[in-house]
Design a protein around this ligand. Structure first.
Ligand code: DAH
Length: 328
């Protein structure tokens, strides 16, 4: 049992020693016994014993009371409930980029699209040639990548899945293809060498730009849960004609200019366009019969725009505590 080191208990002990100790007040009185008659000695002895007993029992009672107050205080402050369930393992959550990807998947599945996959180590044919990017085309320089010794490469975009999906499923086709892509790229606030894309494609009879615009509007309002200002620019991609760059007004600076939008006020969210007839033909389909639209989007940039994160790099190399704020 731990004794209570309360100052008041020390004070009480000092009082006990002073009154009842061997050199205490009562002992002093006892020293006068020798000068007394036997009768006086007997009655004084009795009296002293009574006083001594009374003092002792009072001091003991006081000490017990103080100790129980101290013990109760400890019990109150150190109490805990042994029967409370343990907090358990902290649950994880999806990465903000994965959240965007899953939401887009849910949306397109609800619209009747298939979710397709393609290899990250891709053949040159699917990554470039079949997408109307011949060997000497400058678009190959813009998508410099990592090559394997056997001639394959790390895919630079998810667009090769367009060809694979058309070859496998034919037309009509509605599909999206999320996945990881790679480029030999200088890393900066909006570029990573390894990143994600999400491809979408619809091929059928009589598909027009009107369908493309409808699906892009549906997509963007689902992602941002609000009105976003968008801008369509003509954009060149060899596998679409016409091609468009779809930008949203920067949600971080509201269009004033910041590092994410490279001071332009606009963030490229996706590339899109009407599938080039050469691509339809590459997949073995009749381009006079089928038309289509396609888009390619960056889920990480979308996540940055949605959460107001100013630098793409912190999505991938930051402490997990940074990511925890995006738990859902
Ligand atoms: N593959 C293009 C890129 O990585 C993005 C893209 C643009 C995809 C236009 C498309 C599209 O499907 O129609 O830069």
């Amino acid at each position: 049992v731990q004794t209570c080191a309360l100052p008041i208990l020390d004070a009480l002990e000092a009082i006990r020693v002073e009154a009842l100790g061997r050199k205490g007040k009562l002992a002093e009185v006892s020293k006068t016994f020798g000068k007394l008659t036997p009768e006086e000695r007997a009655s004084l002895g009795k009296l002293l014993n009574a006083v001594k007993q009374e003092l002792e029992s009072n001091l003991d009672a006081r000490k017990a009371a103080l100790e129980s107050v101290a013990l109760n205080a400890r019990l109150a402050s150190e109490w805990f409930d042994l029967t409370t369930p343990a907090p358990g393992i902290r649950p994880g959550h999806l990465h903000p980029v994965t959240q965007v990807q899953r939401e887009i998947e849910d949306l397109f599945v609800s619209l009747g699209f298939a979710i397709m996959d393609g290899p990250e180590v891709e053949q040159e044919y699917y990554n470039f040639d079949a997408l109307n990017i011949p060997p000497d085309h400058p678009a190959r320089d813009m998508q410099d990548t990592f090559w394997l010794k056997d001639g394959r490469l790390l895919r630079t975009h998810t667009s090769p899945v367009q060809i694979r999906a058309l070859e496998k499923l034919g037309a009509p086709l509605k599909m999206i293809a999320p996945g990881r892509v790679f480029r030999n790229e200088e890393v900066d606030p909006s570029h990573e060498h390894t990143f994600y894309q999400l491809e979408g494609m619809m091929v059928d009879r009589d598909v027009s730009v009107a369908h493309l615009i409808y699906f892009m509007k549906t997509l963007l309002s689902a992602i941002f849960h609000r009105e976003v200002t968008v801008r369509l620019r003509p954009g060149f991609f060899p596998f679409v004609e016409p091609g468009f760059e779809l930008d949203i007004q920067c949600l971080i600076c509201g269009g004033k200019g910041c590092p994410v939008c490279k001071q332009s006020g606009w963030v490229e969210i996706l590339g899109s366009g009407m599938v080039h007839p050469a691509v339809i033909e590459s997949a073995g389909l009749d381009s006079t019969r089928y038309t289509g639209w396609a888009f390619g989007l960056g889920p990480a940039r979308t996540a940055l725009a949605r959460h107001g994160i100013p630098d793409i790099r912190i999505l991938y190399d930051s402490d997990v505590r940074f990511l925890e704020q995006f738990a859902r």
